[in-house]
Ligand binder design. Structure first.
Ligand SMILES: *Cc1c(COP(=O)(O)O)cnc(C)c1O
Length: 394
């Protein structure tokens, strides 16, 4: 029995079986490379489910964590810490004026956003949040309710009231759903789990106008799109539409757990002392890691690289598409890449894994590729060669 098999056996005995895992046990990683517990190397173009956005174990993040660990790991939120203050400032300096709330995950960030919206609408009896079909917002009871996919809700009913789904990228559908109970519209600027669905800019502008007109809070869930991946620091900047509340998580912490809800000035004081809290939220160690992520993105010009490598990747995938009829569509914005196949993608995913390439498959037919922002031409060439090899066997 090798190390991987031993780990798998222990999981079978001790870990709840809530994930569809593949038998790959990771031991160490650097950038876009990972090694399993038995020494095999892989190219990881979906690092940490979009968490390791600037690559695994980025040296700046590792150094910041090590340094902070020697000083202070955790401080309760009835005291202040300088790193938390500095991270709040960094987030706002890179986005829009307002204030942040710190939690530990994407679901928690979205919970904070929805709580803020409900609090804002409470006196007028407005509480309903409109979300989109095929969306994904997390796994708490409220967020599976917000998520516009039945598969996450089944078996957990009764679900809380106050959420309504409409089709994505359909402004008329939103207008029809609006009523005197509506307080917020929540969406991912690009649906990632939903299959890399990219809305029109006019749709996004239309939502903004609608929200302004009716005093409705526009919430962008940027948990997966945030931090440079779209060729802008945040996806809302790609669309040129600023939300009222933006949520962040995955890649912000450089591998450490963090969740943030940022509210623009008009809504920044809606949540008051005692109305919301998180014990671990904004701990110094995590904030130090996130500050290092901002620093790395800026100093290493990673957004420029995301744009350049996004183009390279897209061109090479388009060339593959000319040779393989079953590649139906390539949808991408910089390093948010979806390859829709006219068949199930599970086998492609499994074969890539065997060939040493880690990607993802979502909504059955969409290959999801989210390389680290540090990805190089060589990495892309290698990935394309493996995809070509795998496709040629179909
Ligand atoms: C991953 C994800 C979440 C949930 O984040 P967790 O940290 O797993 O709670 C929410 N929204 C989007 C868009 C995500 O991709």
């Amino acid at each position: 029995m090798n190390n991987t098999e031993r780990a798998v056996r222990m999981y079978e005995r001790y870990v709840m079986n809530t994930y569809k895992r593949v038998p790959l046990c990771l031991e160490k990683a650097k950038g876009a490379k990972v090694w399993d517990a038995d020494g095999k190397e892989y190219l990881d173009l979906f690092p940490g489910w979009a968490v390791s956005g600037i690559g695994h174990c980025h040296p700046k993040v590792v150094a910041a964590v090590a340094q902070q660990a020697k000083k202070l790991l955790h401080v309760s939120n009835n005291y202040y810490s300088r790193v938390q203050a500095e991270l709040a400032e960094a987030i706002i300096r890179n986005s829009f004026p307002g204030k942040v709330f710190f939690g530990n995950s994407g679901a928690e960030a979205n919970e904070a956003a929805v709580k803020l919206a409900r609090k804002y609408g409470h006196e007028k009896g407005r509480y309903e949040v409109i979300t989109m079909t095929k969306s994904f917002h997390g796994r708490t009871i409220a967020m599976i309710t917000a998520t516009g996919q039945d598969k996450v809700k089944k078996g957990f009913e009764p679900l809380p009231a106050g959420f309504l789904h409409v089709p994505f990228n359909d402004l008329e559908a939103v207008k029809e759903a609006l009523n005197d109970k509506t307080i917020a519209i929540m969406l991912e600027p690009i649906q990632c789990e939903g299959g890399i669905n990219i809305p029109d800019k006019e749709y996004m502008r239309g939502l903004r106008e609608l929200c302004d007109e009716k005093d409705i809070i526009l919430i962008f869930d940027e948990v997966q799109t945030g931090m440079g991946r779209t060729g802008t620091m945040f996806a809302y900047q790609y669309f040129g539409v600023v939300p009222d509340v933006m949520t962040l998580a995955k890649s912000l912490g450089g591998g450490l757990p963090i969740g943030v809800a940022l509210a623009r000035e008009k809504f920044q004081d809606v949540l008051t002392p005692g109305t919301h809290a998180s014990t671990f939220g904004g701990s110094p160690i995590v904030c130090a890691a996130a500050l290092a992520v901002f620093d790395a993105i800026k100093k290493e010009k990673l957004i420029r690289n995301a744009n350049a490598m996004g183009k390279v990747f897209r061109n090479k995938l388009t060339a593959l598409q000319k040779r393989y009829r079953f590649i139906k569509e390539i949808r991408s914005v910089a390093l948010v890449i979806g390859v829709e196949l006219s068949m199930k993608g599970e086998d492609v995913y499994q074969e890539c894994l065997k060939e040493g390439l880690l990607i993802n498959c979502t909504q059955d037919t969409v290959l999801r590729i989210m390389p680290p922002l540090t990805v190089t031409r060589r990495d892309i060439d290698k990935a394309i060669a493996i995809l070509d090899k795998v496709f040629s066997r179909i």
